[in-house]
Design a binder for this molecule. Structure first.
Ligand code: LLP
Length: 425
């Protein structure tokens, strides 16, 4: 029986797990573990799925850098003409380092500092997605001081329930994001009085891992209503940015295809008679199912209560299970005829929350390499050095070739910025 994995380029061949034409256990042997591995062909499929060739207007995809910010991945999208959604100076510097033009950058986030605003204005970004009235004032002041006009879009909080995990829901009144829907018109009128600003758009982002179209439609209806009022008040916009948030299949989810979301947006825009450029900020749907995390089994530990496979990856490498109780597929990279045993896959960190998967039936021996699936988004970017663990290496697979796109961190580098109180004698 052939298993259909959420990663389209993953398959079992001759008792081994392959990503494209690369046997994963050999890749682990060569580069060590824990190891993030991405498939170029899967990235291409995700990118292609977001293309909508016969639209009646320009559609800009602003890849959300926080989901996977490796500069090789950014370069992959930059070479295909992508725009980028960023939330810090650091992310902006990465996008520039990957060869993308500043004019392709939209800057989101609730806490932009003066230094970040200056940096963005110096480089000439596409626009700021502004999340509060004090931020409007700050951008106006900085732009005026620099003799510039800052392009801005207001991020509106439409107050809709995205029906996703509370930590990744952002479009409800009680969330810290965006400007209240009720206050939006006033905010635009106010922005139009500030000479350091040029109003170019409107946007929202209502949450992440959304698996139905309905919340997108509710939010879109509210936003389009606002745009109509703005037009009546003489405020014209160039673009409408409908954020990211489209979910992916981890287990048995059946999220809509990007084309279904785009079709719904375009229909709404046409019904409203709007000619605006359309923008999205997809992150997860671009990269989650183009990546996996390889980890080696150090010990099999049977206890009276349950079996544990103790592996060499941990919550510092991949925190989604710990933080969101997220379910990720786990597959052995070699096939055994050993009986299936129910087990938890756990890391070596000194916390009971350090687990990668629970209650999985697996045939595993000590030394096997397991693949944690769908780890391309919010995997490496959320990793840390907790327990003084060097961060994993990253490899991109292209057919039968493998490219190191991030070297494994070196232990001594972990305290390179730290200082002793007195010399060691
Ligand atoms: N735009 C903005 C303003 C965002 O805040 C986000 C994600 C995105 C776009 C991209 O959303 P996506 O297409 O990836 O759903 N660490 C969490 C996800 C946090 C998402 C934060 N914002 C996780 O691992 O599930």
């Amino acid at each position: 029986m052939t298993t259909i994995y959420p990663i389209p380029t993953l398959a079992n061949r001759q008792n081994a797990l392959f990503l494209e034409d690369m046997p994963l256990n050999e890749l682990a042997q060569k580069h060590g573990t824990p190891l993030y591995v991405y498939s170029k062909a899967a990235l291409q499929q995700a990118w292609d799925a977001w293309q909508y060739p016969n639209a009646d207007r320009t559609i800009h995809l602003c890849y959300s850098v926080k989901s996977n910010s490796n500069i090789a991945i950014l370069q992959f999208f930059a070479q295909r003409g992508s725009y980028f959604d960023i939330v810090s100076k650091g992310e902006m510097a990465r996008v520039l380092a990957a060869g993308a033009p500043a004019a392709h950058i939209v800057f989101s986030g609730v806490g932009k500092t003066v230094a970040e605003i200056e940096f963005a204005l110096e480089h000439g970004i596409h626009c700021f997605n502004v999340e509060s009235l004090p931020e409007l004032d700050r951008i106006h002041e900085v732009a005026t001081r620099m003799g510039k006009r800052a392009p801005i879009s207001l991020r509106i909080n439409p107050d809709v329930d995205a029906q996703t995990h509370p930590y990744i829901s952002t479009g409800l009144k009680e969330n810290k994001f965006g400007i209240d829907h009720e206050l939006a018109v006033e905010a635009y009128v106010y922005a139009s009085t500030l000479s350091g600003l040029k109003i170019t758009g409107i946007d929202y982002h209502i949450g992440s891992q959304l698996t139905t179209l309905a919340p997108f439609k509710d939010a879109q209806n509210r936003l389009f209503g606002l745009v109509k009022t703005l037009i009546e008040r003489g405020i014209e916009l160039e673009h409408i940015d409908l954020g990211g948030g489209l979910g992916v299949r981890y287990q048995d989810e059946t999220p809509p295809a990007p084309a279904e979301l785009i079709a719904q947006s375009l229909q709404g825009l046409r019904d409203a008679g709007f000619k605006h450029t359309l923008m999205y900020e997809p992150g997860r749907s671009m990269v989650a199912n183009a990546g996996l995390l390889l980890t080696r089994v150090e010990y099999i530990k049977p206890t009276e209560y349950k079996h544990f496979a103790i592996v060499d990856a941990a919550m510092n490498d991949f925190i989604r299970p710990t933080l969101y109780q997220a379910w990720h597929g786990v597959v052995n990279t070699v096939t055994h005829d050993a009986p299936l045993v129910n087990m938890d896959i756990v890391g070596p960190i000194c916390e009971s929350s350090d687990w990668l998967a629970k209650d999985r039936a697996l045939a595993v021996k000590t030394g096997d390499v397991l693949a944690i699936l769908s780890a391309g988004a919010y995997g490496m970017t959320m990793s840390s050095n907790y327990n003084t663990r060097p961060r994993a290496a990253e490899v991109l697979v292209d057919g039968g070739l493998d490219f190191v796109i991030c070297e494994r961190e070196v232990l001594a580098d972990l305290w390179i910025n730290e200082r002793l109180l007195s010399p060691i004698v």
